[in-house]
Design a protein around this ligand. Structure first.
Ligand SMILES: NC(=O)C1=CN([C@@H]2O[C@H](COP(=O)(O)OP(=O)(O)OC[C@H]3O[C@@H](n4cnc5c(N)ncnc54)[C@H](OP(=O)(O)O)[C@@H]3O)[C@@H](O)[C@H]2O)[C@@H](O)CC1
Ligand SMILES: [K+]
Length: 206
């Protein structure tokens, strides 16, 4: 089953009406990402998580929390400042106080090296909400993801890929693995080179 971004929104709305809260969907999504990354990287010591302002970023924040609870040194790189969506803000507040939180514009050389050397780099900048072109800061994030020595994982979609058309913005992220939430979107087959291997994760929607 393939669903467009609009269809996915509708599926989420119906699930919420049926009693599965948006909060729980995001929790399930972030936990599924943490599980998948650890399955692919059994020796996972460090993870760099690039977080955008919306719900895709929220999924990344949940994944960061789970990974840290499991002893992984996970750092959050804020690409567009602090999260703006309600669910993402709630999950930002749930990070433990030792979580490194680095605004991308303020990265120091030692932090950049740490990010490049991380065992996993996770793209949680944009998902189905993306349209148009990547800003300079978002492109800085996708460039760092591309240059990472660790395995690169995209949550739902690589940032800069249009979910419905597979159209690529200049500098769109390239992932080794993409974790499609609930169902594949058209871009998972239209932009295969950027998505790498796509794995569909259950986020609790029946
Ligand atoms: N609904 C839910 O609760 C759940 C959602 N889930 C997750 O949420 C993801 C969708 O989240 P999202 O709709 O918040 O959009 P996201 O992809 O994070 O982008 C953020 C915002 O960026 C903006 N934007 C777009 N293009 C831009 C550009 N070129 N440059 C700058 N800004 C740009 C755009 O705002 P706009 O510009 O349209 O006002 C957009 O809203 C989905 O893929 C999945 O990971 C799961 O957790 C399950 C529960
Ligand atoms: K993403």
């Amino acid at each position: 089953m393939t669903v467009t971004a609009a269809e996915m929104k509708e599926i989420e709305r119906k699930a919420a009406e049926g009693g599965l809260s948006y909060e729980q969907m995001m929790e399930n999504a972030g936990r599924a990402v943490a599980d998948f990354v650890q399955e692919k990287q059994p020796v996972l010591r460090t993870a760099a998580i690039f977080v955008g302002k919306g719900n895709n970023g929220g999924d990344g924040l949940v994944a960061a929390r789970y990974l840290r609870e499991r002893g992984v040194r996970a750092a959050v790189i804020l690409v567009e400042g602090e999260p703006k969506s309600e669910q993402a803000r709630a999950n930002f507040a749930k990070l433990d106080e030792k979580t490194p939180i680095w605004p991308i514009e303020e990265l120091q050389m030692d932090q950049i090296n740490w990010i490049f050397d991380a065992d996993a780099a996770i793209d949680a900048v944009y998902g189905t909400g993306f349209h148009g072109e990547l800003s300079d800061v978002a492109r800085a994030a996708t460039t760092m993801l591309c240059r990472s020595f660790g395995m690169v994982f995209a949550i739902d979609l690589p940032s800069g890929v249009n979910a419905d058309t597979g159209e690529l913005a200049v500098g769109a992220a390239m992932a080794d693995h993409t974790i499609a939430l609930h169902a594949e979107k058209p871009a998972h087959s239209l932009a295969k080179a950027n998505c790498g291997l796509t794995h569909v994760a259950d986020i609790g929607i029946k």
